[in-house]
Design a protein around this ligand. Structure first.
Ligand code: 1GP
Length: 252
């Protein structure tokens, strides 16, 4: 088991290096997709795989993770939509608390129920303040979470939510417009949030072109997550990773 993924994220942030993660939803792939994605990810120098989805109906999670592990050394991070999506075959887990919503189940309830399993998993646990931002259409996450997203033009709400999450001790902030969002998160919101937090900032949801990924990083994103666009066109991995990695390296 790999340890220290959070440390690697912090270190990359300190050096001004931006990271790129490919999101794999086990419901939408099979062995041949995964193998192809892994090969493309290796040559594009993808930094992380996020694995998970809002539902994960299939039982493919463990096998999918094992296949990734077998073929590469890119760290795998679980991005679980529910406590059932814990697998010992991953390296780390985003321990998500939906701080943009007011659904107690997703703020703390499901964590209490799954705490013993999560603790026993041996995974590196990364507490994550998860903020859903309105992406212009209801997404699976907004429906399943039964919680309103933060309106896309309310930067101040996003700023205060992220600040609160960090002060509550969360190690990461993840702002997500939802999988397949019509409108990804705008750069002005990313910039404002990035200015007030020290912890790494993850951005995802509806990013379909490398230019957007680049602009998000310039605005302050530390880790860009792309799922849908890559499912449709796996060759995008190379351009997306290159765009993210091209954002300036800070002089220390
Ligand atoms: C969704 O942030 C992720 O939770 C990625 O979204 O699938 O739209 O890239 P996409």
């Amino acid at each position: 088991m790999l340890k220290g993924i959070y440390h690697s994220l912090q270190e990359r942030k300190r050096l001004g290096k931006k990271s790129f993660a490919v999101l794999i939803d086990p419901d939408k792939v099979d062995n041949s997709n995964v193998e192809q994605t892994v090969q493309l990810a290796i040559s594009a120098r993808v930094d992380y795989f996020l694995v998970g989805g809002s539902l994960v109906i299939s039982s493919y999670l463990d096998e999918c993770l094992q296949l990734i592990k077998k073929n590469c050394s890119i760290p795998t991070i679980l991005f679980p939509g529910s406590p059932s999506q814990v697998s010992k075959y991953a390296d780390a887990l985003l321990y998500l608390s939906l701080i943009s919503g007011r659904n107690p189940e997703l703020l703390i309830g499901q964590h209490v129920v799954s705490a013993p399993i999560v603790k026993k998993s041996g995974l590196e646990i990364m507490s994550t303040g998860y903020m859903v931002i309105d992406g212009g259409a209801p997404t699976t996450v907004s429906y399943i979470s039964n919680a309103s997203p933060i309106p896309a033009d309310k930067n101040e709400i996003a700023v205060c939510t992220a600040m609160a999450g960090e002060m509550l001790g969360m190690s990461l902030i993840y702002m997500d417009a939802g999988s397949g969002a019509k409108r990804p998160i705008n750069e002005s919101m990313i910039e404002k949030v990035a200015q007030v937090i020290e912890v790494p900032l993850i951005i995802g949801g509806g990013i379909t072109d490398p230019e957007k990924a680049y602009l998000n990083c310039k605005a302050g994103a530390d880790l860009i997550v792309v799922g849908n666009a890559i499912e449709k066109d796996a060759s995008l991995i190379k351009e997306m990773a290159a765009a993210v990695h091209s954002v300036g390296v800070k002089v220390v």
